[in-house]
Design a protein around this ligand. Structure first.
Ligand SMILES: [Zn+2]
Length: 315
């Protein structure tokens, strides 16, 4: 870079927001080569094969320290058992984590990380593997639930069961639950714990199974007036408050504005992908849950920790 450009760059640094400063700092302190240094810091505290805590250092391989378990005698490195195991090009992982934070498409991520598109695609799903499955398992107090819908899509599939829709497209039927839509139930409590479920059918059986997996017995379920919720709450003995679609949107502490706001953040974040393949929707839902959990403020190291399954636990 020319000196003049560099001086201009330094001037711009004053204009950076706190989160942009953090990103820049991460970029400077954790350049590609030290991505593996960061990973090495997270030395395992138990054996990924048998969970024994009796480990001893056992040399190194592929730039990662190796350990040997005294109980089962197997060797492993800090990435064994994580989605990053045996993945190459460590020097680009932090940059790729930034692409996840920024919500970049596969094409844009490939460009930013200077990797080819197939690698970027492989990484997308590998990086999201654990993230997609991490969600609230116990929600307490007032728990809001509402359903939302995504168009079914075979995007990326070579043979289509029906004619291709153009760029995301529009469903023929309004409202929810039609055949060309996937129903997703979003469940969120007032502390922000969030879970979502892709439902085969939007009926009492499937809604009930999803809710019972996440609601604690002290929960008070808050929903619109759809009868599937009332049927579940009655059967499970859960307190239930309903909000009419017409009329006041709030009754004391009871409303579904948090879950609706979450849905609207999710939908507007998804626009950039112009429709996602239904078989990957689960990954995208988890990706957004992670971003929302950190209020869109996570840094590259936190993101990579989430990828490896080392992030903070969700209760
Ligand atoms: Zn072991």
């Amino acid at each position: 870079m020319k000196q003049q450009q560099f001086t201009q760059l330094l001037h711009h640094i004053e204009e950076l927001s706190p989160s942009q400063r953090e990103q820049l700092l991460n970029l400077l302190c954790f350049d590609g080569a030290s991505a593996s240094a960061f990973l090495i810091e997270n030395h395992p505290d138990s054996c990924p094969h048998c969970h024994s805590v009796e480990l001893r250092p056992w040399g190194s391989s592929h730039g990662l320290p190796r350990y040997r378990c005294k109980s089962c005698s197997k060797t492993f490195n800090p990435l064994t058992g994580t989605p990053l195991a045996r993945l190459r090009k460590k020097e680009h992982w932090l940059a790729y984590a930034q692409c996840l934070i920024d919500g970049f498409t596969v094409r844009r991520s490939a460009k930013e990380c200077r990797i080819n598109k197939n690698t970027a695609f492989l990484w997308r799903h590998r990086f999201l593997k654990f993230i997609a499955n991490k969600q609230a398992t116990q929600e307490h107090g007032i728990v809001e639930a509402d359903e939302t819908f995504f168009l079914k899509s075979n995007k990326g599939q070579k043979t289509l069961e029906r004619p291709a829709r153009v760029r995301g497209g529009v469903s023929k039927t309004k409202g929810g639950g039609s055949e060309d839509q996937v129903s997703v139930l979003i469940v969120r409590d007032r502390s922000g714990q969030t879970a979502d479920f892709m439902l085969e059918r939007l009926d009492a059986k499937h809604v009930g199974a999803a809710l019972s997996s996440v609601l604690s017995m002290d929960a008070c379920l808050c929903t619109d007036r759809a009868s599937v919720y009332a049927a579940y709450a009655k059967r499970a003995g859960i307190k239930h408050e309903t909000i009419k679609a017409s009329g006041p949107r709030k009754r004391g502490p009871f409303h579904i504005q948090n879950v609706n706001a979450y849905d609207s953040r999710l939908k507007s974040w998804m626009v950039r992908f112009r429709g996602v393949a239904t078989k990957y929707l689960h990954n995208y839902l988890g990706w957004h849950r992670m971003l929302d959990r950190y209020r869109y403020q996570l840094n590259q190291r936190q993101c990579l920790s989430e990828v490896a399954g080392w992030g903070a636990t969700v209760t």
